[in-house]
Design a protein around this ligand. Sequence first.
Ligand SMILES: C[S@@+](CC[C@H](N)C(=O)[O-])C[C@H]1O[C@@H](n2cnc3c(N)ncnc32)[C@H](O)[C@@H]1O
Length: 248
Amino acid sequence: MNPITSTEGYAGHHAQAAYSRWAPVYDLLFDLPFHPGRLAAARAAAEAAGPGGEILVIGVGTGLELPLLPADVRATGVDISAPMLRAARLRVERGALAQVKALMVMDACALEFPDAAFDAALAPYVMSVLPQPERALDEAWRVLRPGGTLIVMNHFSAARGVRRTVERGMAGAARWLGWRPDFPYSAIGDWLAARPDARLVARRELPPLKLFTLLRIDKAAACRDARAATLATPRDASYISDAASRRL
Ligand SMILES: C[S@@+](CC[C@H](N)C(=O)[O-])C[C@H]1O[C@@H](n2cnc3c(N)ncnc32)[C@H](O)[C@@H]1O
């Protein structure tokens, strides 16, 4: 069953509007509680990419993951919300974050990068925000090189208990919140099951209260997708045009 049907009225422009609204207070409300997950996800992506590796941060928001990445990686952040990205740009400037190569307004479901452009893709707290997470997963997969790694960090709805009741109760506020409190793991699990070149190699529950889950998904090195095998190498930075960089 498509896990998204219960929230089919949820659409991308709601997320865009919601995050434009959240932007001025986002760090105040969402920095500390979500920090452990960000740290674990950033470390996992950096380890997977290795020194000099290209990392795509999907739904980079105000850039809270960026200072958590080591200085020897090359991070590109994308987000649909210009106000969120403006805050990220300030963070990069103030922190002189050398690891950040570009920040770009871009839809995670229609990435403007060539195939196999990144060593690792990091999707922190974004899958439950997207109306069609499987499209963003397809796109992340396309831009990952064979042998690359996708790190997903998200909240998944509980199967039972008080948490399930609370999440169901909050589901009606999804449009206003900008994310789905009742986001099921099957949104990722069904996609994984349909990708023979994807292997879930780690699944960790994280604080606070094991509310968040980190998934490490490796892309087979011998990718059957001929396009991915023939296009840009991960260290080829030329795909970011001057025009795109100016959007930073
Ligand atoms: C919950 S925030 C997470 C931000 C950041 N990763 C963090 O850890 O704080 C989700 C982000 O996804 C962005 N977003 C929503 N829809 C998007 C889309 N279609 N493409 C790219 N980003 C999107 C929102 O603008 C928002 O900045």
